[in-house]
Design a protein around this ligand. Sequence first.
Ligand SMILES: C[S@@+](CC[C@H](N)C(=O)[O-])C[C@H]1O[C@@H](n2cnc3c(N)ncnc32)[C@H](O)[C@@H]1O
Length: 350
Amino acid sequence: MASRRTGAAAEREQRVAEVVAGWLDRQGLPPGGDRVLVVDDEDGGVERAVAGAGGKLRAWRRRAWEGRAARPWPAEDEVDLALVRLPRGWMDLAMQLDATLSRLRPGGRLWLYGGNDEGIKSAPRHLAEATGGAMTEVETLWIKQRTRILEALRPEGLSLRGALEAWREEVALDLPGVGPRTVVSYPGLFAHGRLDEASALLLSVLPPVPPGARVLDFGCGAGALAMAVAARQPVAKLFLCDVDTVALVAARQNVPGAQLLLGDGWGAVELGARFDLVLSNPPLHRGHAEDRGTLDALVQQAPLRLVAGGRLVLVTWKVAGISAMLGERFDKVDLLADAGGHQVWQATAR
Ligand SMILES: C[S@@+](CC[C@H](N)C(=O)[O-])C[C@H]1O[C@@H](n2cnc3c(N)ncnc32)[C@H](O)[C@@H]1O
């Protein structure tokens, strides 16, 4: 399926994938086996190149972009070569490497690839750290179009955590209007280990939620917003959606009894479902690139997903300038808070 990404974000993914595809085209698969794990190749360009080079492809995606299959940890098959797209955060990389190396056979090759401006030059240091100093020898296979492919061999006897649950953390968060709560989180989740200040601002001005209200936490992450709603209004019916499978593993533990919906934006939500309240601190990035596609889709479709009188309450950067877009789609739009560069908006459906 084609990516819905546009502009700089799409160009970046395409450029990086083309460099890897170009390398495979020139050199073919390296010796040592044809079982290949491709990690987080969002648009599928690297997967196609691996298949084209004769590799037995296993794909692992943590995020279900465009409705693609995703899972929080790779399937159990052993592989000879693993290709990892550099993720946005170093903690995210550490867990991703742990997952990948737990599937790569001893002596197998790890290829890490990404753009110079994404931090690929620092990746060897993080690989060494993530493996307790066991993987320090890293070769640069190719540099092209400001993109690098790095190679390291997986040693014997590597000590790994090897399972998502080994990365589980419990952190204490002070949820506005609720008080201290223990929240489960994993690396790579938004605001891992703390409450984001924009989410805190939203919760500090969120009007009371009526009993029995159907509430959707859109882009829920670990579920901090829904957790606060559940504590304030125990008989609300909660729905949480996110594109990240790991987010939903955390959300399941943080908001027991809620319905969890995996998918890309509104694609996660049944077409006929209607909500009394949609809450969101929407993403403004996709991978390394800025991307407001999900925010735009959230606002554009929200009127169709709300009951009459239902509300969309969202927080975003003031510079995102969404008041005009809200005004075009809703008759009643209120600014609930404006602080620290963030704004909380409430838009009410007719
Ligand atoms: C800014 S974070 C907010 C997380 C959480 N609501 C909070 O307040 O801590 C945005 C979340 O949206 C998710 N996300 C990004 N793109 C998405 C998409 N297209 N569809 C659904 N969720 C998405 C991210 O995985 C992330 O968890």
